[in-house]
Write a protein that binds this ligand. Structure first.
Ligand code: NAD
Length: 380
């Protein structure tokens, strides 16, 4: 059984889908591991490191993909990069299926079975495979580091002979995985932290990290969590009340970090241009949702916008990729844990249980067709 690690084709993707540790473990499972030359360089892993772990190095992706039974990637490869793939080979990546149905059909046509790691159910058994959590956790941490780098002041209160420096005020909007890590990181740096979320369960988590919880806690709020633990789309009335509360709070903040997402929908707009205009000069807003439409009015993907009142709106793309080595190490571990479930330990061959709930939830294409119920063409 051959497992291939491709070199990511996008210049804006520095992560890699294997680590020295996971290559060693795949080899230990009896797999032959092939790594495309240079695949790990942007994450601090050389071809020699991978070779030392037992992989063979292919000259390029085409050579690496030919003959592979499993292809591992960070981003969904283009169908053209899978030309010559064995029919029935597995391709496992963060597949970004929403709105990309045409690309899924093209991959289906290659005969590959494509899996989307981000669709992994958030059940106990699959926690170790949860790429949303492993990457969002790092994004939350990095958002605070980026904010501190853009902020011209210190985070902690400092009492010095030359005067007292007040602690920075940091407000985190959306207290999921990224938001909770942002709270913890900002607290470690000594900031005064507050946070909001529409899920009632978030309140206790925010408070247990030592931050103040700010939210409109009405009847709608009490019902605002889906059975899967995600946020619901809130009513226009709730959003208006929430906006009023947050507007006065935001005006007093030095740093605002927004992380609010609703699965399968554009990110909710939480910070209006008027709220940004009410902030002090030198304040910093980090919009972690910028790739999904953004939580902040005026945020531009990939740019740092300086507003007329001197606030900065930071719209960095691929924030986990800004910690490429750590993000790759954790993503590789997520992939390993999933692939291990697809291998028969006795025969050391692939043995996919197509009715396993993890497989059913993540499988997008198989036998030439898009098979996932959420992304199948309407007439299929
Ligand atoms: P996410 O990335 O989908 O969204 C980020 C946060 O934004 C969420 O907390 C969401 O409630 C919040 N949000 C959405 N709309 C908002 C609005 N209008 N205003 C303010 N906040 C808003 O979420 P996530 O980080 O992936 O986590 C979702 C939930 O799943 C959390 O409860 C998390 O603890 C839970 N979770 C469970 C597991 C598990 O294995 N059981 C693993 C990871 C996460």
């Amino acid at each position: 059984m051959r497992i291939t690690i491709v070199k990511e084709s996008s210049a804006s993707e520095p992560r890699v889908s294997a680590s020295v540790e996971t290559v060693k473990r795949f080899v230990g499972l009896g797999a032959e591991v092939v790594v495309a030359s240079g695949a790990g360089l942007a994450s601090g892993v050389s071809d020699a490191d991978f070779a030392g772990a037992g992989a063979s190095i292919a000259a390029d992706n085409a050579a690496a993909v030919a003959g592979a039974d499993v292809v591992l990637a960070v981003r969904r490869p283009e169908a053209s990069a899978l030309t010559g793939i064995k029919p029935g080979a597995l391709v496992i990546a963060i597949a970004d299926p929403y709105g990309n149905e045409a690309a899924l059909s093209e991959i289906a046509a290659t005969g590959a079975s494509l899996f989307a790691m981000e669709l992994m159910p958030r059940i106990t058994r699959a926690q170790v495979m949860d790429v949303l959590s492993s990457q969002a956790n790092l994004a939350g941490y990095r958002a605070v580091i980026d904010a501190s780098a853009e902020f011209g002041r210190a985070f902690p209160m400092m009492m010095t002979a030359a005067g007292t420096v007040p602690a920075a005020r940091v407000f985190i909007m959306g207290a999921g995985v990224a938001g909770l890590q942002a709270i913890a990181t900002a607290r470690r740096l000594g900031a005064v932290v507050s946070a909001t979320d529409v899920r009632p369960a978030a309140k206790e988590q925010v408070e247990s990290l030592g931050a103040k919880f700010i939210a409109v806690e009405d009847e709608e709020f009490k019902q605002a969590e889906t059975a899967g633990g995600y946020a619901k789309q809130m009513s226009a009335e709730y959003q208006a009340k929430q906006a009023e509360l947050t507007a006065s709070h935001i005006a007093k903040q030095d740093i605002v970090i927004t992380t609010a997402l609703i699965p399968g929908r554009p990110a909710p707009k939480l910070v209006s241009a008027a709220m940004v205009a009410a902030m002090k000069a030198g304040s910093v807003i980090i919009d972690l949702a910028v790739e999904r439409g953004g939580n902040v009015e005026g945020a531009v993907p990939g740019e740092i916008v300086v507003t007329a009142n001197g606030a900065k709106i930071v719209g960095h793309l691929n924030v986990p990729g800004r910690l490429a080595a750590t993000a790759s190490q954790l993503y590789a571990k997520n992939l390993y844990a999933f692939v291990e479930t697809l291998i028969d330990k006795g025969t050391k061959a692939l043995s996919v249980k197509w009715d396993d709930e993890l497989v059913k939830a993540t499988l997008l294409t198989k036998d030439g067709a898009v098979v996932h119920p959420n992304f199948k063409p309407a007439d299929a």
